[in-house]
Ligand binder design. Structure first.
Ligand code: NAD
Length: 482
């Protein structure tokens, strides 16, 4: 039976005012699992109205009481950990282990948000002048719109609404139309946790929903995570309508490998960074920049490790590499591979030869290109698939210069045992999230997720104190007591 999804508005599951639905397949099998309504502007308006109404009382709920809803929510998420992970695997394709890890990262965001009483404290200076004091107080901003991508259906929404709600805002979530089921589960668990009606709302859909949120006069803040062109569009459109916007965008992450690294651990780290979640992570290792002295050995070892990956349905515990999200995406990636070959990249491992029994899913085996250069399109564009590019350099200085030429600046890793190299790297690299000998340096919820350059539009990042500042406005009181 067709599973036609509904919106969640003002505490009710309501059919969208549309006849247009998008089919959601399981990417491992191609089998239909749901249909996402492509909601209309009227649906958004209803959700914003419900959120606006709920804001009137939610903003006055004492902060420790707001935190208690989050404690309850955290408990429910922990109880449902495995079920949530299974759902992510079903709609996104990533392996159960990757999905389980993602749920954990989502729960950590709720735990961070539950610290609201400490996070929302203001500052007071009792004597800015004789007999005069000054204090800063935090207030919510109102109805926040959240727009999220397909690749982290749990973690990314959890960067947004738990903290926004803890800060006293109400929320309208527009999840990716390609992974709507986990969002639905997150919202029903929030309702089970007792959040009052209208505090969290869900509107399924695509660009029409986004555009209405961006122009809606009663939505003062937008949190966005997705690809670079859409992030730029969302930032420019939202800010031109007078909103505060944080827009986290695409990436092309470079891992730098120096001759003195621990090669076994480096290979493990790169394999996990490049091929975990089928390369569909904004922090995925897309490029390895390696010094000539160990380049041949590293490429040989990576190719061997890639041969050992097991391609298939992520629900099968033996599988280590799942599908990409859609057949159209797979076709696009194959086109990018053709172009790379045409531009002279050396295809060391070709993942296009997939076993016949996987033909109904959207599979690409681990793919490795060597001798990639900055002139090639495969270096310039985000591929977002299990495709790794290798670039060869003479030393760290050249590796940093090359990395800094990318339009993106999300994540980067350095593999070395040299403290001097780490210092040079930290000081000179133009990237916001760095790792040293770790595979994916994604910061935890109490730190900002701090991409640079065209990997981020805005000034206050998601999570950490940045998140608290984004979801609150400050009021200053200067007082003389006679
Ligand atoms: P996407 O840009 O296609 O979609 C993201 C959201 O924007 C979805 O909700 C979608 O419905 C909406 N959208 C898409 N096109 C639109 C348009 N033309 N107008 C208005 N709204 C539109 O991204 P995706 O493919 O779902 O996610 C993958 C991308 O997200 C990658 O580029 C990845 O690097 C990026 N990402 C970045 C981060 C980060 O922290 N920087 C984290 C996760 C994902």
């Amino acid at each position: 039976m067709t599973n036609k999804l509904k919106n969640y508005i003002g505490g009710e599951w309501i059919a969208a005012r549309t006849s247009h639905y998008e089919v959601v397949p399981n990417p491992a099998t191609g089998e239909e699992i749901a249909q996402t309504p492509l909601s209309t502007k009227e649906d958004v308006d209803r959700a914003v109205e419900a959120a606006k109404e709920a804001f009137r009382s939610w903003k006055k709920v004492p902060v420790p009481k707001r935190a208690r809803y989050l404690f309850k929510y955290q408990q429910l998420l922990v109880e449902q950990h495995s079920e949530l992970a299974k759902l992510i695997t079903q709609e996104n394709g990533k392996t159960y282990d990757d999905a389980y890890g993602e749920v954990q990262r989502g729960i950590e965001c709720v735990e961070f948000a539950a610290g609201a009483p400490s996070l929302l404290m203001g500052d007071v200076l009792p004597d800015i002048a004789t007999g005069i004091e000054s204090g800063m107080y935090r207030y919510p901003v109102g109805v926040v719109g959240g727009i999220t991508p397909f690749n982290f259906p749990m973690m990314v929404p959890c960067w947004m609404f738990p903290l926004a709600l803890a800060c006293g805002n109400t929320f309208v979530l527009k999840p990716s139309e390609r992974t709507p089921l986990l969002a639905e589960r997150l919202v029903s668990l929030a309702s089970e946790a007792g959040f009052p009606k209208g505090v969290i709302n869900l509107v399924h859909g695509a660009h029409d929903v986004v555009n209405r949120l961006l122009e809606h006069p009663d939505v003062p803040a937008i949190s966005f995570v997705g690809s670079q062109p859409v992030a730029e569009y969302v930032y420019k459109t939202g800010t031109s309508h007078g909103k505060r916007v944080q827009a986290l965008a695409g990436a092309k992450n470079h891992s730098i490998v120096l001759g003195d690294c621990d090669l076994d651990k480096t290979v493990q780290g790169i394999m996990s960074g490049a091929f975990g979640s089928a390369g569909q992570r904004c922090m995925a290792t897309a490029v390895v920049v390696v010094t000539e002295d160990i380049a041949d050995e590293l490429v040989g070892r990576l190719t061997k490790a890639a041969d050992a990956l097991v391609l298939g349905d992520g629900a099968d515990p033996k599988v280590s590499l799942g599908p990409v999200i859609r057949r159209s995406h797979l076709d696009k990636v194959k086109g990018q591979m053709e172009e790379a070959v045409g531009e002279g990249a050396v295809l060391v491992r070709d993942g296009r030869d997939v076993p016949a029994e996987l033909a109904s899913g959207y599979f690409l085996g681990a793919t490795i290109f060597d001798h990639v250069t900055t002139e090639m399109t495969i270096w310039k564009q985000e591929v977002f698939a299990p495709v790794l590019s290798i670039m060869r350099v003479k030393d760290l200085t050249e590796a940093i210069e090359l990395t800094n030429r990318s339009q993106f600046g999300n994540g980067s890793v350095l593999y070395t045992k040299s403290g001097e190299a780490v210092r040079q790297y930290r000081e000179e690299i133009e990237v916001g999230m760095l790792g040293v000998n770790v595979n994916v340096p994604a910061p935890m919820a109490f730190f900002p997720f701090s991409g640079w350059k065209e990997s981020f539009y805005g000034d206050l990042h998601a999570n950490g104190k940045d998140g608290v500042n984004f979801y609150t406005q400050r009021k200053m009181l200067t007082a003389r007591w006679y």
